[in-house]
Design a protein around this ligand. Structure first.
Ligand code: FAD
Length: 300
């Protein structure tokens, strides 16, 4: 898809790219071009871009590390704002203030180096801090949003706002930002606890061991489905005999049923068909309705 839209005001921002292939910005390595693509963590630039996009009737959405999205083969006929930074500061004795575009890995490293505990469970989760907060990324019964004191975001009208923890609406793999990619998280403050070094090292080791099951060096987006209440989506897919099932270039991992792998030439369409197939099989065999954890971009 080539750009069908034109916004001279947006192009005047200067750092805007056109027809940027989104496959290069996702861990699935699929997805067509974004008509417009802006990479920044600067709230003023983001506010300006959103106001221009709204005036021009352009849709827009945030992108972080691209590790939990499936982008359509047609791409995104609007403006993708990729939030990118590396800022993570210690404020106070037990608080970190970081940009949304900073990698979650850097946030965890900074916490550990400052002898702060709480985030060990998230070791090994790829992507950005903002993406992790939006979807309350986590494992072992914990999610990153639990540790947020407050955050700054630019809302879909281009206004910079503050959201306190009480307004985040946190639950399993969910915050109020989960399905509103037009509300863009800019930065957040985390409250952590002072670490007992031996206890913290134990948590780090446990987190790394728990990750050893994960398929490595493959193109994927982590777990495709949320776990249904008291069940494991991966286990259901395994019990349904679906591991290894392949459609086009998309394959259910032999190692973990909840991972779909791009074997090299997958199209988003192959992955979508495989997701639908899995949902139908699990519904038919177990009467369970699976719900996606991965989010879709550019499908409507
Ligand atoms: C190998 C592998 C292992 C994984 N393991 C785990 C795991 O253990 N636990 C887990 O929870 N997840 C896991 N994931 C999924 C993924 O890494 C996390 O969900 C991650 O937090 C997504 O962050 P991201 O920056 O990549 O988000 P993206 O994929 O870029 O975006 C995801 C969604 O968040 C929105 N978004 C992104 N940034 C912002 C922002 N600044 N403001 C508002 N909205 C935003 C996007 O619009 C999109 O809707 C794994 C993925 C992979 C590939």
């Amino acid at each position: 898809m080539s750009t069908k839209i034109f916004s001279p005001e947006l192009e005047a921002i200067g750092i805007i790219k056109k027809d940027e292939v989104l496959a290069n910005h996702t861990t699935f390595k699929v997805g067509g071009p974004a008509a417009y693509f802006l990479e920044t963590n600067d709230s003023e630039i983001i506010q300006k871009a959103i106001r221009i996009a709204n005036k021009a009737g352009l849709k827009f959405a945030a992108l972080g590390g691209g590790s939990n999205v499936l982008v359509s083969d047609q791409g995104f006929n609007g403006l993708i704002i990729k939030i990118s930074s590396s800022r993570c500061d210690l404020i106070d004795t037990n608080k970190l203030d970081a940009d949304a575009g900073t990698s979650l890995a850097k946030i965890i490293r900074t916490a550990l180096s400052q002898n702060l505990t709480g985030l060990e469970f998230a070791i090994g989760i790829p992507g950005s801090f903002g993406g992790a907060i939006a979807g309350n990324a986590g494992t072992s019964g914990h999610g990153i949003a639990e540790y947020v004191e407050s955050l700054k975001y630019v809302d879909k009208t281009g206004v910079l706002k503050i959201c306190d923890k009480s307004q985040l609406d946190v639950s399993y793999r969910y915050t109020r930002f989960k399905y509103t990619p037009e509300d863009i998280i800019i930065s957040a403050i985390l409250i952590l606890a002072p670490a007992q070094p031996i206890e913290s090292q134990k948590l780090v080791k446990e987190a790394m061991e728990k990750r050893s099951w994960q398929p490595k060096g493959v193109w994927c987006a982590g777990c495709i489905f949320k776990n249904p209440a008291n069940k494991s989506a991966g286990k259901l897919i395994d019990e349904a005999g679906l591991k290894g099932k392949t459609i086009g270039g998309a394959k259910i991992s032999e190692e973990h049923g909840n991972f779909i792998i791009n074997t090299g030439k997958a199209k988003a369409e192959d992955i979508i068909i495989l997701i639908s197939f899995i949902k139908q099989q699990i519904r038919d065999q177990f009467g369970v309705q699976l719900e996606e954890e991965v989010r879709y971009l550019g499908f409507n």
